[in-house]
Ligand binder design. Sequence first.
Ligand SMILES: [Fe+2]
Ligand SMILES: [Fe+2]
Length: 189
Amino acid sequence: MKIAEKARDHIRELCLKDNNIFGMNAYDHHFVSVVYYAKLLAKKYGADEEIMETAAWLHDVGSILGDYKNHHVSGADYAGKFLKELKYPENKIKQVQGAILAHRGSVKVPKKTNEQKCLADADAMSHFNELGGLFYLALVARKLDTDKAIDFVKEKLERSYKKLSPRGKGIIKPKYKAAMLMLLPRKTI
Ligand SMILES: [Fe+2]
Ligand SMILES: [Fe+2]
């Protein structure tokens, strides 16, 4: 089994556990899309596909284990231990950890390598693949009313778009524009 598949299966197991507050919604409506864009960007921009896919599966592990605030740091630590146990080469572990550490747009860790840039973009781009998942978060997890849920989704997409690199913006722009159009305040009589 490939290393990225082992990472995928491990994340799936963690998401299935009862004590994970995000549940399978995180797996189905976030991780899967981050991996999709991570692979797409790796191909397009020549990043290492194995590193990208493995890092994408593991990037939010800190968060699903309960440490949202510092999940880039705790996630990188956890990924390091997990991959070491699987005897993954040390230099590749470092690259996966570097990408996890730098993946958050809201935390200013400089993105130096191509893999770090691609993962941060894939994370932000994933939201444009997952409008349903965002509405689930707003309406079910946060229990917002419909109008507030629309604002929540719109603001989340605006923030995600701002986080993207210029090349990421170029890819996602049609979806961003379409989403903003659909989320405009509805016309009333
Ligand atoms: Fe994250
Ligand atoms: Fe994420």
